[in-house]
Design a protein around this ligand. Structure first.
Ligand code: HEC
Length: 124
């Protein structure tokens, strides 16, 4: 009887420990992803200032006459990073389309999601 109880206790304890470890691992992953997001968005900001701001305005406020990029409209049109990125890579900058590298496109895409206070979904 005592042995069975001990066995049960051990089983419960290992479940708790395992659960905790999995949670910690998951948190670490989320934190790592968020860090990458922030790094890419920061790179995107610099690119944006250099290549996009004249037309789309500081922070995407539309001051240059091109569409506003920070009022969520653009993310209604291009709902995923993949779609937004594809548009940017093929159409932007409007003065020189098709010149952005894949990394630059990704960085700019993350930056635009950030301008709209959105974190890109994990996939898509
Ligand atoms: C020479 C001016 C100009 C520059 C530079 C420019 N854009 Fe644009 N952009 C436009 C115009 C005009 C449109 C609207 C016409 C269109 O959709 O092709 C547009 C549209 C967009 C859209 C779609 C907006 C929407 O709501 O449909 C995105 C996203 C965008 N630009 C991102 C960028 C990024 C990122 C850069 C920098 C790499 C950039 N643009 C540089 C003029 C510019």
């Amino acid at each position: 009887m005592a042995l069975r109880q001990t066995g049960f206790l051990v089983a419960v304890l290992s479940l708790v420990v395992l659960g905790g470890a999995m949670l910690a691992y998951h948190r670490g992953q989320v934190r790592a992803t968020m860090k990458i997001d922030r790094q890419e968005a920061a790179g995107g900001r610099e690119l944006y200032v250099d290549l996009c701001e004249t037309c789309h305005g500081p922070g995407g406020n539309g001051a240059g006459g091109a569409p506003i990029l920070n009022d969520s409209t653009v993310l209604q049109t291009y709902q995923t990073p993949a779609r937004l990125g594809q548009f940017i890579q093929t159409h932007m900058p409007a003065s020189d389309p098709g010149t952005l590298t894949e990394q630059e496109t990704t960085d700019l895409t993350f930056y635009i999601f950030q301008l709209n206070h959105r974190r890109p979904p994990a996939s898509g």
